[in-house]
Design a protein around this ligand. Structure first.
Ligand code: HEC
Length: 109
């Protein structure tokens, strides 16, 4: 019995430790990636030219600097591997709040 209540307590802590996702505006994030043409190379759960957002979330979620890293990635256009070539990654067109919302949405996938 004790183990079960401990598990329940752990689960409750886990659920309440992700309140940030409640504030994410998924519609705005989806519109932003459509308007920016991100969906040509990304989808939530399938790899296209770029990794799925689920994959990216798994990689960055829970890291202290995960959000900041992705914001930097999406606003500075670093060189990335596209097939055999190195190309500048697309920069998101949007204000800081829109980019932050998008990154939080990606991390919530
Ligand atoms: C022409 C194809 C293409 C377009 C358009 C594109 N991406 Fe990417 N994206 C990639 C590739 C390829 C990678 C993988 C880079 C790597 O692994 O080094 C990537 C990586 C990423 C990552 C993961 C970064 C990381 O450090 O792991 C995110 C998040 C991302 N893209 C978001 C976006 C968003 C948002 C847009 C729209 C503004 C966008 N991408 C547009 C091809 C694209």
């Amino acid at each position: 019995m004790k183990a079960i209540s401990l598990l329940a307590a752990a689960a409750a802590v886990f659920v309440f430790s992700i309140p940030a996702s409640a504030a994410v505006d998924a519609d705005a994030a989806n519109k932003l990636i459509k308007d920016n043409g991100c969906t040509k190379c990304h989808s939530v759960d399938k790899d296209k030219k770029g990794p799925s957002f689920k994959k990216t979330a798994a990689q960055f979620k829970g890291k202290a600097d995960g959000e900041a890293k992705l914001v930097t990635f999406l606003t500075t256009g670093p060189k990335v591997k596209m097939g055999d070539a190195q190309e500048e990654h697309k920069i998101v067109k949007g204000d800081a709040a829109q980019v932050k919302n998008l990154v939080q949405w990606i991390l919530a996938q």
